[in-house]
Design a protein around this ligand. Sequence first.
Ligand SMILES: C[S@@+](CC[C@H](N)C(=O)[O-])C[C@H]1O[C@@H](n2cnc3c(N)ncnc32)[C@H](O)[C@@H]1O
Length: 305
Amino acid sequence: MIFFINLILFLLLFLWLFKNRKYQSSRSVSSSYDDWTKDQLLERLWGEHIHLGYYSNPKEKKDFRQAKVDFVHNLVHWSGMDKLPKGSRIIDIGCGIGGSSRILAKDYGFDVLGITISAEQVKRAIQLTPSNLACRYEVMNALDLKFKDGSFDGVWSVEAGPHILEKQLYADQMLRVLRPGGVLAIADWNRRDYKFGEYNFLEKIIMKQLLDQWSHPEFASIEGFQENLLNSNYCGGRVDINDWTKFTLPSWNESILEGIRRPNILFELGPKSFLNGIREIPTILLMRWAFGSGLMRFGVFRSRG
Ligand SMILES: C[S@@+](CC[C@H](N)C(=O)[O-])C[C@H]1O[C@@H](n2cnc3c(N)ncnc32)[C@H](O)[C@@H]1O
């Protein structure tokens, strides 16, 4: 116990040495993602998906990149998106560099539009997408979707919510653009709901770091975001939730191990990227601790328009 407390204090001290990337507005999010994309470190280390991987049990050994691909297929099946016919129009909200979008287009035959707040991500997503794939990308704010009501047969959003302060508006916009009977699939990093207990002193300090280090204004709880979806005027009436923390937990250690397995990447990208990579380790370890201890939870949400 003493060891863990000392370790956490050390990680917090380490983070304190760096300028944090505190959320100020969606501009701070876009500039963080522009930097992370230009620098190429995340892509070279973890591949084209900026989300956690899926492991059917904590001991399952598999390649981290494959675990990310498996995550996408598991969410497609759990949400029922696989039941949509080929050619269905899907919007991927907060699409990163298009990892999920390309799988949805290639393996399920969907017609996909990915939107992200980061112009650099759109540029990179276009470079990574073969021209014969029905997959386009645009810079757009999830809170101001430029589409008529019911424009899409499916709405997909993975790990974008923590960067968005206005959770109700985020929920409203996603459900607004979903056609009646369409499929909504969301995965998100969530905090423990306050109804399950107040946060203790250490949890409060750690939570602040998890928010400030990666430009997160606030995490929703799984139950809180389910309420946001249910409260929306565009909700079809039912929202199912699930907790996939145990299926995604190994991803945190894997994120660090990938750097140890491929040290050449850190060196090839130069000293600045090397330092940037080292800088992320304490936040990743704090995330691992938070998801392992129940302070954070990995929520998935599905609904019909
Ligand atoms: C953790 S990444 C996940 C990327 C992608 N979904 C994936 O799984 O590879 C979060 C994404 O959300 C996007 N994002 C954050 N805030 C946004 C906003 N207000 N509008 C649109 N995209 C946003 C970021 O630009 C980034 O692409």
